[in-house]
Design a protein around this ligand. Structure first.
Ligand SMILES: *Cc1c(COP(=O)(O)O)cnc(C)c1O
Length: 232
């Protein structure tokens, strides 16, 4: 079941890349394993996959401790400043930076570990009340402020698009994030690259790829439905 799901997602990604004239290697699939047990992650790992996403610090660190060390763990959920210390040396990429305060905390904790933490800025493109993230107009200013901090480096942008029934409805959202990324990339801000565009989930990752996603975050499409009681 898992294997079939995974292979189907892989096929769809390949097809979306082909349709949009992109190389398959330009897009990283992040298997979003939140709420799912280590054994399921291990099954996907055994297929050769290495990029996994978690939205909670505690869950990421618990799984980090019991699964192979060559897994690349992506923190994709909202991050509280008091939890930063637990993950700065465990996440390969933090997708959800949306305030200077959070960036400053990451910078400080990275200093203690002597590492540099790559991050993405989470942008609330659609302006949804319920979502974290900075507004598109605030994004460049936040990036300029973070650029001056040691131990943290901005690598791109992330968005969580609205929950829609037809993925096409999110195309303008993905396009807008891409345009923002091109804009900011053109400013050549020191210590900042716009090489990553993390956008697209189970319902809309193909459209996201057509609009330039370099990372897609797929949970349900690989692992199946999450049990509601422990979701988020
Ligand atoms: C849960 C989650 C996903 C995956 O959602 P699916 O619809 O199950 O693919 C992607 N990104 C973030 C930030 C998430 O929290």
């Amino acid at each position: 079941m898992l294997k079939e799901n995974f292979e189907e997602v892989e096929e769809r990604i390949a097809a979306a890349c082909k349709r949009s004239g992109r190389a398959r290697e330009e897009v990283t699939l992040i298997a979003v394993s939140k709420t799912k047990p280590a054994e399921m992650i291990r099954d996907i790992y055994d297929l050769g996959h290495r990029d996994f996403g978690e939205n909670k610090v505690q869950e990421l660190t618990a799984k980090y401790g019991i699964l192979p060390g060559d897994i690349r763990w992506h923190l994709i959920g909202h991050l509280q400043t008091n939890k930063v210390k637990y993950i700065v040396d465990k996440a390969c990429l933090i997708h959800s930076v949306d305030s200077l305060k959070l960036a400053q905390t990451i910078s400080r904790e990275a200093g203690k570990h002597g590492c540099c933490v790559p991050v993405l800025i989470e942008v609330n493109v659609a302006g949804e009340e319920s979502k974290f993230g900075v507004s598109p107009v605030e994004t460049e200013e936040l990036i300029r402020q973070i650029a001056g901090l040691p131990g943290i480096s901005v690598r791109g942008l992330m968005t969580i698009a609205p929950n829609v029934s037809n993925a096409e409805e999110n195309r303008p959202v993905f396009r807008k994030l891409r345009e923002l990324s091109v804009d900011i990339g053109g400013k050549n801000i020191n210590n900042v690259t716009m090489s990553v565009l993390s956008m697209g989930m189970t319902g809309d990752y193909e459209v996201a790829i057509e609009e330039g996603a370099t990372m897609v975050r797929v949970g349900t499409g690989i692992f199946g439905q999450r049990s509601y009681s422990i979701q988020n």
